[in-house]
Design a protein around this ligand. Structure first.
Ligand code: SAH
Length: 213
C-alpha cells in the first residue's frame, strides 16, 4: 500500500502539476485505504473516486490534492470542511493546518469517520453532525473553507464565515457537473478564481439544494 501510495503521488499528482510540497507530503502520508470500504481497498490508490456508504463518494486523489493546494495552507490555520464523507480529505487537511472542523449531514457516516480519524491519530479534526450549508458560526471566522459537495451557488453563511484573507474552495454548478471556484476575502470584497471542471455529489441543505432530486 505504501508503494502504491507513493506511485499515486508521483503519477497522479506531481505529473499533473500539484507543486505544493506540504500537500504532496500529506497525500503521501494519509493511508487512503483505511478510509475506503473494505471490499474496495485494493482500488484505494487508483486515479478515481470510490463509492462510500449511503450513496456518497470519496473524491479522486487528484481532486483532494487540488483543493488542498488551492486553500494555500501554512500550518497555522483554522479550517472548516463541509462534507466529511469518509474523513479522508479532513485527514489530509489536518496535516496542513492547525485545526479542522468538518461537518457531515449523515449521522452514520459522521460517526464512523469520527471513530476512524481518532483511531488513526488525527487528533486535530473535529466532526460535527448538521447541515453544513449554514457553516459553523461558533468557531468562525475560518482562514480556509473547503466544500466537498456540489452547490448551485456559494452559500451565504460560508462567505460570511471567511476571515480577512481567507479562502473558500467550492464546486459550483449543476447537478451533474460543476466548476471548482476559489473565493478570497480581501477588505470586504470577494475575489473569485476558477479551477476547472469537476463532479461532486450534491450539497443538500437550507442554503444549497433543498432535496435530493
Ligand atoms: N470529503 C469526503 C467526500 C465527501 S462526499 C471524503 O474525503 O471522503 C460529500 C459529502 O457531503 C457526503 O458525505 C454528503 O453526505 C455530505 N453532505 C452533503 N450535503 C451536506 C450538508 N448540507 N452538510 C454537510 N454534509 C453534507
Amino acid at each position: 500500500m505504501e508503494h502504491q501510495r507513493q506511485r499515486m503521488v508521483q503519477t497522479q499528482l506531481e505529473k499533473r502539476g500539484i507543486r505544493n510540497h506540504a500537500v504532496l507530503q500529506a497525500m503521501g502520508a494519509v493511508p487512503r485505504h483505511q478510509f475506503v470500504p473494505e471490499e474496495l481497498q485494493a482500488h484505494s490508490y487508483e486515479d478515481r473516486a470510490l463509492p462510500l456508504a449511503e450513496g456518497q463518494t470519496i473524491s479522486q486523489p487528484f481532486i483532494v490534492a487540488l483543493m488542498a493546494e488551492a486553500l494555500m495552507l501554512h500550518g497555522t490555520e483554522r479550517v472548516l470542511e463541509i462534507g466529511t464523507g469518509s474523513g479522508y480529505s479532513a485527514a489530509v487537511l489536518s496535516l496542513l493546518a492547525a485545526e479542522v472542523y468538518t461537518i457531515e449531514r449523515l449521522e452514520k457516516l459522521a460517526r464512523a469517520s469520527e471513530e476512524r480519524l481518532a483511531a488513526l491519530g488525527f487528533s486535530n479534526v473535529h466532526v460535527v453532525v448538521r447541515d453544513g450549508t449554514g457553516g459553523l458560526p461558533e468557531h468562525a471566522p475560518y482562514d480556509a473553507i473547503c466544500v466537498t459537495a456540489a452547490s448551485p451557488w456559494v452559500p451565504l453563511p460560508l462567505r460570511q464565515q471567511l476571515a480577512e484573507g481567507g479562502r473558500l474552495v467550492i464546486p459550483v454548478g449543476g447537478r451533474s457537473e460543476q466548476i471548482l471556484l476559489r473565493l478570497t476575502r480581501r477588505n470586504d470584497a470577494i475575489v473569485t478564481e476558477r479551477f476547472g471542471g469537476v463532479r461532486f455529489v450534491p450539497l443538500l441543505g437550507e442554503h444549497a439544494w433543498k432535496y435530493d432530486a
